[in-house]
Design a protein around this ligand. Structure first.
Ligand code: TYM
Length: 347
């Protein structure tokens, strides 16, 4: 696979312009994780854990803003944890935590909400998008979503947050909320910056929309090889103007070619572009090279997934330990926040 984050870091994981040590990011356990989550987020986390004090959350309170079955939540949390670990997060280097296990996140979210003017939230594009996607369930949680996200980040006084492109507005808002809090109560929270890699907006199989669990356009990290082959061959949209095998194609408007940029070598990319342009091969030939490379990338991840699924006690222990460590840091921050906001009457 080609390297992620050339714009923001070096090979050891140091990030230009990030001076503090604490990094936070999170993934919602709202379904199975897909290659968009991997490329946009998790593949950035792995090098960062070598250099920074990283906390990676499974943000189950955020996932509650969508309708779900209570009995499925534990399974989703396990799926997220297993994928974090299978993709290379090392619990000896990074902290893996469960958001609902650290109640201080919700407490800080309330306090931050009191310094957040309503119009700041009304203009957040992800709120508008979610409200469109789930018109029957436009709940207050969706509205407060970015404030809880700011709390996740600020409670650890994080200086940077590795995320995909869609999260950029949330990071801008987090900085504004930190600034508003600091203006009111005195300088306290750092203003965290986003770390956005070169694979930050992965389009789905439909060739149009961002790959997303809520759309049927994903390759999941635990999809079987046959399923991946079939999805790419049948659903993977290519250059729409290339109708017949003998038509020359245009790689620059083909999403499958963009995916080659993520998974294939420079030589393979050049070969595919050339053969496509002269109709030297068909889309299925181009897809075959891509499929081979995706399966090669996923094979060791899927092997580790299976090992971890057979060892769930260990996975649970890792989440429990990480959550405990995160809680200690969060409690320290909240102690200070209560002091500077005057919530100390009974203490
Ligand atoms: P979530 O669970 O939707 O996505 C997790 C991460 O995956 C990235 N991502 C993508 N990157 C590239 N292409 C895609 N198609 C794609 N789909 C998803 C997301 O950008 C994200 O980095 N709000 C967050 C969860 C969250 C959080 C936080 C993140 C809650 N609190 C604090 C950072 C810090 C979200 O919806 O993630």
């Amino acid at each position: 696979m080609t390297a992620n984050t050339p714009t923001t870091g070096d090979s050891k994981g140091s990030v230009t312009g990030v001076t503090g040590r604490r990094i936070f990011s999170g993934i919602q356990p709202s379904g199975r994780l897909h290659i968009g989550n991997y490329l946009g987020a998790i593949s950035q986390f792995v090098p960062l854990q070598e250099e920074y004090d990283c906390i990676f959350g499974i943000v189950d309170l955020h996932a509650m803003t969508q309708i779900y079955k209570s009995k499925e939540m534990s399974q989703r949390i396990i799926n997220a944890a297993v994928n974090y670990l299978a993709c290379g997060l090392d619990p000896n280097k990074a902290t893996l935590m469960l958001q609902s296990g650290v109640q201080e996140h919700a407490e800080l979210a309330w306090i931050l909400a009191t310094v957040t003017p309503l119009p700041w939230i009304q203009r957040v594009p992800t709120f508008k998008e979610k409200a469109r996607q789930q018109p029957d369930n436009v709940n207050m949680g969706l509205f407060n979503y970015p404030v809880l996200m700011a709390a996740d980040i600020l409670i650890y006084k994080s200086v940077a947050v590795p995320v995909g492109e869609d999260q950029r507005p949330h990071l801008e808002l987090t900085r504004e909320i930190a600034r508003a809090f600091n203006a009111r109560f005195g300088s306290f929270f750092p203003e965290p910056r986003e770390i956005i890699g070169s694979q930050a907006r992965v389009i789905g199989l439909d060739g149009k929309n961002r790959m997303s669990k809520s759309l049927d356009n994903c390759i999941y990290l635990d999809d079987e090889p046959d399923v991946i082959r079939e999805k790419i061959n049948k659903q993977g949209v290519t250059d729409p103007a290339r109708v017949k095998r003998t038509d020359p194609g245009n790689p620059s408007i083909c999403n499958i070619f963009t995916w080659h940029g993520f998974f294939s070598s420079k030589e393979e990319q050049a070969y595919c572009a050339k053969e496509c342009r002269v109709a030297g091969f068909g889309c299925l030939d181009c897809k075959a090279i891509l499929i081979k490379n995706i399966l090669e990338l996923l094979a060791p991840i899927q092997e580790r997934q299976k090992e971890l699924m057979a060892n769930l006690d260990k996975v649970q222990e890792i989440i429990r330990d990480g959550t405990e460590r995160a809680r200690k840091i969060a409690q320290e921050t909240m102690k200070e926040v209560r002091e500077i906001t005057g919530l100390t009457y009974l203490i």
